[in-house]
Design a protein around this ligand. Structure first.
Ligand SMILES: [Zn+2]
Length: 396
């Protein structure tokens, strides 16, 4: 005996008295329960599962298995026990809006541009359809408007069953060739199309509320259209409107002034960066001169360097200038680059020292991370040494 699926015939039925046929414990602590009848739609055909209640227990998910519906429930029920099954109606309505909206939008793109729906997926917050060809942004918008006009016309959504032979004679958008026997369920949208489908639908297209395309990207040979319908579209609008208004307030402009204000900010930041670069390079010249006067003499040549209040690029510039001025020298510069300390080592052309070795000494002394090659090395560290860098330079 398999479960009678009420959602196939009467999608307005949200509650039913049922008899438990089977109950199996699951490894996650919930139970798989089969009943003789259910109003809950199981996940399938792109549509998400209904959830609901079985007496006072939560129905977390429903799936179809061997033609019957298995409810995943938080409590166990005895076989032959009578239970009340209730659908979570707001979530059902939300799923239904997405599914009917999906049929209508797919129909619009096929009718207007010959783009065929080859994939449909409904997630918690968006719906996607995959079309077999790329559309231009203008075509996407035209299809969206066409689909919404079908909602405003408030046509009837008819659901009926036909035989496999009858199906062959119908002008269906999507024919499921796997369906060869039994009753085949057809969803027909007034002013639109007909299509085989097992999902739940609105009774009138107006109940979909709105179809809003959110994104359109290239996908495989065609494109993927991400959209939201009805209540989901409203949630997206509320969230994006809120974000836009907060961003506009931060920028002290009206919402439609945000792109221009951001452009201006970008230009300002670029200008400040250019000035900073210039100042850093001026500082680099000053510090090169200062550091040239104070080298740490070691067995195999001088070491120049220490802490410099400049960015990494300027520290590198100082090292280059020191090594150019004194080719036998090793330069080791330490700086603060936006909240993280960095070091940079460079060996002059005639320097006998190896920067990789110098990096190892620095890493050990400062708990730093880094490395390099014989001629240059770099790394980062967390804290400046309390006694400065003079003693460290002598050990390089
Ligand atoms: Zn469908």
């Amino acid at each position: 005996m398999s479960c009678k699926k009420l959602y196939l015939e009467n999608m307005d039925c949200m509650q039913v008295t049922a008899c438990v046929i089977g109950c199996t414990a699951r490894s996650d602590g919930s139970y798989d329960i089969e009943t003789d009848v259910t109003p809950l739609f199981p996940e399938g055909g792109g549509q998400r599962s209904d959830i609901g209640m079985m007496n006072d227990a939560d129905i977390l998910h429903c799936r179809e298995e061997n033609g019957t519906v298995i409810h995943q429930v938080t409590s166990a029920f005895a076989v032959d026990e009578t239970v009340e099954i209730r659908v979570n109606a707001p979530l059902r309505r939300l799923h239904t809006q997405q599914h009917t909206g999906e049929h209508i939008l797919s129909f619009a793109y096929q009718k207007l541009f010959g783009a065929v729906n080859v994939g449909f997926h409904m997630s918690e917050d968006v719906v996607t359809i995959d079309l077999d060809r790329m559309l231009t942004p203008e075509q996407v918008a035209e299809g969206e408007l066409y689909a919404n006009e079908l909602l405003w016309n408030n046509g009837e959504v008819k659901i009926y069953t036909v035989t496999a032979e009858e199906m062959q004679t119908l002008p269906l958008r999507k024919k499921n060739e796997k369906l060869t026997g039994g009753d085949i369920r057809i969803v027909e949208i007034e002013g639109g199309e007909m299509c085989t489908c097992c999902g739940t639908h609105c009774n009138m297209t107006g109940q979909v509320g709105m179809i809003k395309v959110l994104e359109h990207i290239k996908y495989k040979q065609g494109c993927r259209i991400t959209f939201a319908c009805g209540e989901l579209a409203l949630r997206w609008f509320a969230m994006e409107n809120d974000m836009l208004r907060k961003t506009a307030a931060k920028l002290s402009v009206k919402p439609d002034g945000v792109p221009e204000a951001l452009q201006r900010k970008e230009e300002q930041i670029s200008a400040v960066h250019a000035v900073l670069r210039q100042k850093n390079m001026q500082l680099a010249a000053i510090y090169t001169e200062k550091l040239m006067k104070a080298s740490a003499e070691t067995e195999n040549g001088p070491v120049y360097g220490g802490y410099v209040p400049v960015d990494t690029d300027a520290a590198k510039r100082i090292a280059e200038q020191l090594c150019e001025a004194e080719p036998t020298a090793l330069a080791a510069l330490f700086c603060d680059d936006g909240g993280r300390y960095r070091y940079f080592c460079m060996a002059g052309e005639k320097c006998e020292k190896n920067c990789r070795d110098a990096a190892k000494v620095i890493n050990a002394a400062l708990s730093a991370k880094g490395g390099g090659n014989p001629k240059t090395a770099q790394g980062s560290f967390e804290a400046l040494p309390a006694d400065g860098f003079e003693a460290l330079l002598k050990t390089l």
